[in-house]
Design a protein around this ligand. Sequence first.
Ligand code: HEC
Length: 122
Amino acid sequence: MNRKIFYLAGTLLVMTFSSCYYDVEDELYPASNCDTTDVTYRQSVVPVLKNNCYSCHSTAMANGSVVLDNYQSVKAVAADGRLLGSINHESGYIAMPQDQGKLSDCDIRKITIWIENGIQDN
Ligand code: HEC
């Protein structure tokens, strides 16, 4: 097979698949399904941490010395970048929640917005 055609076909194939990937993602996570109006610490962040993190990161049982059941402690981990680094599974951070799937895009978005808005105690 002519090499140029082979590479061209390969490139097209990759382009086809990557565009499909985005199409599917748009359908799976329409922005409207994730309510990010009025994101606050108590309403948006605490429930996610309670359901996914308290079992290992409470004051009584603080794995990795990370405590997530009170504002001051969460603020520290959010401010030093470890909260987002770990839930986004970024390199250089330990992926959280440990041994479980990644948090939903919506939960991650809410926590991200809360941090971008200044890590307020609201
Ligand atoms: C099953 C137990 C478990 C759960 C659930 C869990 N963690 Fe962890 N987490 C750990 C352990 C153990 C460590 C320490 C790992 C180490 O030091 O090797 C840790 C470490 C961390 C760290 C420090 C990471 C770093 O790179 O320094 C952060 C931040 C963290 N967890 C956040 C979370 C968040 C946020 C959740 C919920 C979304 C969560 N964890 C859920 C067990 C857990």
